[in-house]
Ligand binder design. Structure first.
Ligand code: CDV
Length: 307
């Protein structure tokens, strides 16, 4: 049986504040239709793919931002995307802001099967940025104000004929993210991101955004013998330039397809999941070579301890 998943990485260009959900849905559905016409099994959209990246503004009354969140998935507004997926027989992965019925706010990604049924939710674990207004920044990155970090952990699901995991944006910079999923036998990790080119806490990193993006996803793929699909919302959104560079990365760590614009752009690749075993059964044969008893500090402590 073929273990090939044809993946569409559906990069988005900017979503401005004035754009409605309907405007955005049209763009998502156009990319989904293109993915289906290119025989994709799954199309992957970015983090917070239904709205502008609203954590760039600090609103003291958080309830005034409720309209950026989804209280239902699907809702009457997003249902057409689910209907279109079922009609086109294509799975999809979508990032959005989630407001639960009991008032919790998460940065969430959902994996939806070809039958338009939700397979899995993933809520962002590593929430970057700051909790309070920082007026000296040219723009805010108040994700820690707008979203709680998930307590649900990393999941890997049997889907699309393989072992599929999810992570969101800043998660991709942490090796633990990949390893926890690697230990669950992950074969493909789907990741949406919004990465401004300017990093206010240390602007010396600005010129390295593209390099760091590739560095972390390529090494995470290689060290765990898994495909990684990184999908950006790039371009100039509300005056803030963000990284494109969406990529489909093989278990070898090689980039097999990469975006060439910072706009709406679909990249596709036929990903052979059996390639993962070349790494999982040799150099990264965890069972044979890992030394978990030497790694206890990874879960026992959070920060650096000098002994
Ligand atoms: N949306 C994100 O999580 N963005 C972060 C910040 C730090 C730029 C990132 O890691 O890309």
């Amino acid at each position: 049986m073929s273990r090939v998943i044809v993946v569409g990485a559906a990069q988005l260009g900017p979503i401005q504040r004035a754009h409605t959900r309907q405007d955005v849905l049209k763009r998502l559905m156009a990319l989904m239709a293109e993915a289906a016409s290119r025989s994709c099994d799954v199309v992957v959209f970015p983090e917070l793919a239904l709205t502008t990246f609203f954590p760039r503004w600090f609103e003291p009354d958080i309830t005034t931002t409720n309209h950026f969140y989804e209280t239902q998935m699907p809702s009457s507004v997003t249902q057409p995307l689910f209907d279109e997926a079922r009609r086109l027989n294509i799975a999809f992965c979508l990032g959005y802001a989630e407001l639960t019925h009991d008032g919790h706010r998460y940065n969430t990604q959902v994996l939806v099967g070809k039958d338009a049924k939700i397979i899995a939710h993933y809520r962002k674990i590593h929430v970057p940025g700051h909790e309070h207004h920082e007026p000296d920044r040219p723009f805010q990155h108040a994700e820690r104000y707008y979203f709680e970090p998930s307590q649900d952990g990393f999941g890997v699901w049997n889907a699309l004929g393989g072992r599929i995991g999810m992570m969101i944006c800043n998660d991709r910079r942490w090796p633990e993210t990949y390893r926890v999923m690697g230990l669950k036998g992950v074969e493909m990790i789907l990741c949406g991101y919004n990465t401004p080119l300017h990093y206010a806490p240390d602007p010396t990193q600005d010129r390295l955004q593209s390099f760091h993006n590739s560095l972390v996803m390529q090494s995470g793929a290689y060290q765990n013998g898994t495909w990684v699909v990184g999908v950006a919302k790039g371009g100039c959104e509300e005056g803030v330039d963000s990284l494109g560079d969406s990529a489909i990365i093989a278990p070898s760590g090689e980039i097999m397809a990469q975006a060439t614009t910072t706009d709406d752009e679909l990249l596709t690749y036929a990903c052979d999941l059996d390639w993962c075993n070349n790494y999982k059964n040799t150099l990264f044969d965890f069972n044979r070579y890992r030394r978990p008893d030497m790694y206890s500090s990874i879960t026992a402590q959070r920060g650096v301890v000098l002994d």
